[in-house]
Design a protein around this ligand. Structure first.
Ligand code: KG4
Ligand code: ZN
Length: 322
């Protein structure tokens, strides 16, 4: 076997995957630390780094076992270099360097956002550029002009909160815990999306803004007494979700039209949202298990990069911001 070992530790998921050069996923192991951070209401960077340290070797071992492979089958190590939490990234990058150095293998340093896009290039239904890609995660909301698998050009971004962050903050206001995007999605299924009018700012061009809608939800929550809030929680969730999804869909379609793209793709954690998936029915949606952070997408992106031979990669550093 000739396999790419992917590693991802940019936030609170410790992930390892084995992928072939043709884009077949042989294993894709994700150890989420969400439960560990839940009681703090968000990811605590130092806690995340320490947990990555404990999990990274077992997760790699499990990925190898699931693929029925050994390190002898690995011929390229791929790892997320940024953007993300710097301490968390350094755990993955150091592990990758150590493995590649110890076995004399090349190393591919992958940008996390390129990884999300490359989740679309995996089997069994790999997507061929050109396309317009909406990348919506807890940290980013980007419209990307994708013309080649090796990269992309950003044509729109959020000027304040990311879409996933808006979901998480809304979920918190509704008492759904952290990270609440998926829980808000489930609660919204029982609510009326037209019950509340939560406007989303329309900026010039192709940028997004989600801080206003979050404030609107805050005021709506404050205006209700405890009993009423409990009764109307699902309506609030549905209306809030509707506002965010509408903004995402509108801007994404406008960008595709402006750039002359016939195809739209959606990636990142928010691509798991059921209303977004239903609203952009014409779009190519990343498979659910590849929407949130994972290492198969990192290994996938590495296929379109030039790897660095030992010892050159020892100089590579992580970066926190894109
Ligand atoms: O891509 P991802 O796993 O990590 C980052 O790179 O940030 O995205 C995580 C984000 C979180 O904000 C989470 O609440 C959101 O994706 N998310 C969702 C859903 N599932 C995950 N947001 C809305 N609806 C969902 N079903
Ligand atoms: Zn991500």
């Amino acid at each position: 076997m000739r396999l790419i070992l992917g590693l991802e530790t940019s936030c609170d998921e410790t992930a390892a995957a084995l992928v072939t050069h043709d884009g077949d996923i042989r294993s894709n192991v994700v150890a989420s630390q969400a439960v560990l951070h839940a009681r703090f209401g968000g990811v605590v960077p130092e806690v995340a780094s320490r947990r990555h340290l404990e999990l990274v070797a077992p997760v790699i071992r499990e990925a190898l076992a699931e693929a029925r492979a050994s390190l002898d089958d690995v011929e390229l190590v791929a790892v997320t270099r940024g953007p993300g939490l710097i301490g968390a990234l350094l755990v993955g990058l150091s592990a990758a360097k150590a493995l590649a150095w110890g076995r004399g293998l090349p190393l591919a340093a992958v940008d996390h956002l390129h990884g999300h896009v490359a989740s679309l290039y995996l089997e069994p239904a790999p997507l061929e550029p050109p396309f317009l890609c909406l990348l919506a995660t807890g940290g980013h909301t980007l419209l990307l002009d994708v013309r080649a698998r090796s990269g992309y050009r950003s044509v729109g971004t959020t000027i304040d909160d990311a879409a996933g962050e808006a979901f998480d903050k809304g979920a918190r206001l509704l008492g759904l815990g952290y990270p609440g995007g998926a829980a808000l999605d489930r609660l919204a299924a029982d609510g009326d999306p037209e019950a509340f009018d939560f406007p989303v700012a329309r900026l010039d061009g192709l940028d997004f803004s989600f801080s206003g809608v979050k404030t609107a939800l805050l005021y709506a929550v404050r205006a209700l007494d405890a009993g009423e809030l409990e009764r109307r929680r699902a309506d609030l969730a549905a209306s809030y979700q509707r506002a965010i999804v509408r903004a995402l869909v509108e801007r994404t379609r406008a960008a595709a039209e402006q750039l002359g793209h016939e195809r739209i793709a959606v990636v990142g954690g928010v691509a798991a949202n059921s209303e977004l998936r239903a609203s952009l029915a014409e779009a190519v949606l990343a498979p659910l298990e590849l929407c949130t952070d994972n290492a198969a997408m990192i290994a996938s992106a590495a296929r379109y990069l030039t790897p660095v031979a030992p010892p050159g990669f020892l100089e590579l550093d992580a970066y926190a911001a894109a």
